[in-house]
Every structure is written in structure tokens, then in C-alpha cells.
Design a protein. Structure first.
Length: 90
């Protein structure tokens, strides 16, 4: 299920670290500059954020600097990452 809405009213979207996710590790995977806001927003929660390096055709869409905590080379690396995560929870 999705996480509960943040506490407070609709005008206040600030959430103190640890209040929302508690024992869940947020993981976000993105592949271009449009994902940078999510990487930045999840950082206070100790999230694992992963920037997948774009292909040569999309190289201009890669941010010069990133808020992601990790990078992966391609979709094959993402698949291996997800498989490794799933094995660690069995």
C-alpha cells in the first residue's frame, strides 16, 4: 500500500525525517534531470536514490550534479540491483 499522507494540513508538506516511513527504506530510481526533485525530497528520509545513467542519445538529459546517493550504468544494472535487494529479504 502507499505510505500514509504526511501529517499536517494541505499547506504544510514538510515531514520530519523518520515520521513518515519509520522502518521502511525508501528507494527511488530515476534516469534524468526530472528525477532530481524526488532525489532531493527523499534525502532527509535516508532514502536510497539511484540515478541510472542515460544512454548516449539521452546524455544531455543527465544532470551535471545529482542529489542521488548512487548511480548505475544501465537497465541491466537496475535489474541486478533489484534482484539483489529481493534476495536480501527472503
Amino acid at each position: 500500500p502507499p505510505p500514509p499522507p504526511p501529517p499536517g494540513n494541505g499547506d504544510d508538506a514538510t515531514i520530519a525525517p523518520g515520521e513518515w516511513y519509520r522502518s521502511v527504506l525508501p528507494i527511488y530510481v530515476g534516469d534524468d534531470v526530472t528525477d532530481e526533485d524526488a532525489f532531493k525530497a527523499l534525502k532527509p528520509f535516508g532514502a536510497l536514490s539511484v540515478l541510472v545513467e542515460p544512454s548516449a542519445q539521452k546524455a544531455t538529459e543527465r544532470p551535471r550534479a545529482t542529489h542521488a546517493t548512487h548511480t548505475l550504468r544501465d537497465v541491466d544494472d537496475v535489474q541486478a540491483f533489484v534482484e539483489a535487494l529481493s534476495c536480501s529479504f527472503r
